[in-house]
Design a protein around this ligand. Structure first.
Ligand SMILES: [Zn+2]
Length: 403
């Protein structure tokens, strides 16, 4: 059997579907083994699909098609929508859009507070059986007592708190990292403590409440260090970072809205600490924070553009080209970061979900080619290797590359 395997398969070997794929692999015998790879469906625990409420930025149809093109068969959507999913009736509007429009598995988060305003707690109990966890992504929960109550309730419901950590009292109108580029070009900066200070606060609350806790998009070296320490102490904490924080830093900034996201691109020393974090397991998973906006919202330069960049179609090619090929990460570790660990942490099953990639295909990233309605990518023009040829979700093809 083994000598008929012509495409390398990166499925976890205990997976039932892997056994079937292995048994039927002769179907793929036209492929040359070093060129083609089969991956289990990737899982992105942090995306913004913008519906209901902001269909001019992205729809369920375009967001899920873009995900399929990126090799993703499962995503978790953030609740900064209109209406915010902070009660079952509000959440049901989103669930209906998912049923009508999604070509892959879409799992929503419920909000932590009503309207993500940081005041009254949302109806966590009413939403619990329909969501993968609770998040106020887009903003931090400023009030410590409110976060403590949310953690206690989430724990009793058996769901994680998924935290966007940001201390508003330290922002002072900043919009890029308070580092070299901001100083040289006269921009207002966001200090690193605005992120790690709130993570440190939350970790004390996790110690108190025993809540399952996941930190969104960590970007600073201090965040890596305090999460590493918390894990060593046995706290139930996981975290993610995004592809852009691993391959870019503030020396890559240009006067263009496609470099503006929250948290911002930090210092080279932060990028190096994040890479050490994915190598040693402190950082559990890579999530894109795919955050599409209209062209007009991203055309106002660094200061005035909306926060957020797209990334779900470019994540694998960027990570393969700039981390796996230079030997910084193994392909097996990348599959853990993009699939195995996020699925385990959030209880998202892997069915007949896979993608086939041509790892030799070389091209330049061109947003005109994206299936996402969002075109603002910091990777425009980057040379990459790796093209998704097809993605299958639940046994059905959901993306095919057309030459
Ligand atoms: Zn966020």
């Amino acid at each position: 059997m083994a000598d008929s395997v012509k495409a390398k398969i990166y499925f976890p070997s205990q997976n039932a579907f892997f056994q079937q794929v292995s048994a039927r692999i002769s179907r793929f015998s036209v492929f040359n083994s070093s060129r083609f790879a089969i991956f289990p469906g990737f899982c992105d625990v942090h995306v913004h699909f913008r519906e209901p409420g902001f269909s001019y930025k992205e729809t369920m149809e375009t967001g899920s098609a873009a995900s399929a093109r990126g090799g993703y068969t499962a995503v978790c959507t953030m609740p900064n929508l209109n209406p915010v999913p902070d009660s079952l009736p509000h959440l049901q509007q989103q669930l209906e859009r998912i049923r009508e429009g999604a070509c892959i598995h879409v799992y929503p988060y419920g909000a932590i507070t009503v309207g993500e305003k940081g005041e009254a707690l949302a109806d966590l109990e009413g939403m619990a059986s329909h969501v993968v966890g609770f998040s106020d992504d887009g903003r931090g929960v400023q009030d410590t007592q409110r976060m403590r109550q949310a953690m206690e309730l989430a724990k009793s419901l058996g769901k994680p708190i998924v935290a966007h950590c940001e201390d508003n009292s330290l922002l002072r109108g900043g919009y890029i990292h308070a580092g070299t580029y901001a100083a040289l070009h006269g921009h207002r900066g966001i200090c690193s403590e605005s992120e790690w200070g709130q993570i440190a606060r939350d970790l004390e609350l996790v110690r108190e409440t025993g809540c399952s806790y996941h930190v969104c998009h960590i970007s600073t070296k201090e965040s890596v260090a305090i999460i590493r320490q918390a894990k060593a102490q046995g706290l139930d904490v996981t975290c993610e970072t995004g592809p852009h924080y691993l391959v870019m830093d503030d020396s890559f900034l240009q006067e263009d809205g496609r470099f503006k996201m929250n948290p911002p691109l930090r210092d080279k020393s932060d990028r190096e600490a994040l890479i050490a974090g994915i190598q040693d397991g402190t950082i559990d998973m890579i999530a894109t924070d795919h955050a599409p906006h209209s062209a007009e919202e991203k055309a106002r330069g660094l200061e005035k553009s909306a926060f957020g960049v797209v990334g779900i179609e470019t994540a694998f090619p960027i990570l393969y080209t700039y981390l796996v090929k230079p030997g910084i990460l193994t392909m097996e570790r990348l599959v853990e970061l993009l699939c195995t660990v996020p699925r385990q942490r959030f209880g998202i099953p892997l069915g007949e979900d896979f993608s086939i990639w041509d790892l030799d295909a070389q091209y330049k990233i061109d947003p005109d080619d994206f299936l996402s309605m969002g075109k603002a990518s910091p990777f425009t023009g980057w040379e990459v290797q790796g093209r998704c040829m097809t993605t299958v979700c639940g046994g059905k093809p959901v993306y095919t590359y057309h030459i």
